[in-house]
Design a protein around this ligand. Structure first.
Ligand SMILES: Nc1ccn([C@H]2C[C@H](O)[C@@H](COP(=O)(O)OP(=O)(O)OP(=O)(O)O)O2)c(=O)n1
Length: 173
């Protein structure tokens, strides 16, 4: 039984949640000249972050895909292993879009609208299969993510790893 929304249990602070909306969450387009905003982190300045729309939630996506699958009598094919293979196949399709392009800047400034839409489709395929895989494995994905992020914060204390990409096993303490 889940008595809380998981935030308290995992030490998630509401005040570190998403920054203000940049409008792009609704129309999917990046803000052209992102305003600069100050982080609490020592006054460092960085461009305002891209944010998502609040909906659909992960549970909404699970329910919509369950309806899609039920309507087609496809549960007979959607066992965990098949969903995993389907998801990995879609990850491969995402990788193909980046293949041979060299490093790509945040916001994909050199990509065409059609390439961006193609990427949005492939990332969505990955997400749809991931969510259904979690459902079929009885993993409550939103809560599992909170628990894992709490563990990540313990493993990588900001004060210890700030500015370093080393794996936690490489720290000598
Ligand atoms: N048995 C299936 C087949 C498809 N889908 C749904 C989930 C994915 O979001 C999308 C995957 O469809 P395709 O297998 O046709 O893959 P693509 O959309 O990537 O097409 P393509 O491989 O031509 O790029 O459709 C599904 O749930 N179960």
């Amino acid at each position: 039984m889940m008595a809380t929304n998981g935030k308290e249990a995992c030490g998630v602070k509401d005040d570190v949640s998403p920054v203000s909306s940049n409008g792009s969450a609704v129309n999917g387009k990046a803000t052209e000249a992102p305003p600069l905003s100050k982080l609490q982190n020592g006054g460092a300045v960085r461009p305002e972050r891209f944010t998502f729309s609040p909906e659909p939630t992960i549970e909404d996506i699970r329910r919509m895909q369950a309806e899609f699958t039920d309507e087609r009598d496809w549960n007979q094919f959607h066992q965990p292993r098949n969903l995993l293979l389907a998801m990995v196949g879609e990850v491969g399709e995402v990788a193909e879009l980046f293949q041979w392009r060299g490093e790509v800047a945040e916001g994909l400034p050199d990509w065409t609208e059609s390439e961006r839409e193609h990427l949005a489709h492939e990332l969505s395929d990955v997400m749809i299969y991931l969510v259904e895989l979690a459902e079929k494995c009885h993993v409550d994905l939103p809560q599992a993510v909170l628990r894992k992020m709490a563990l990540n914060r313990l493993k990588y204390p900001a004060s210890k790893v700030h500015g370093s990409a080393k794996k936690y096993t490489e720290y000598k303490d």
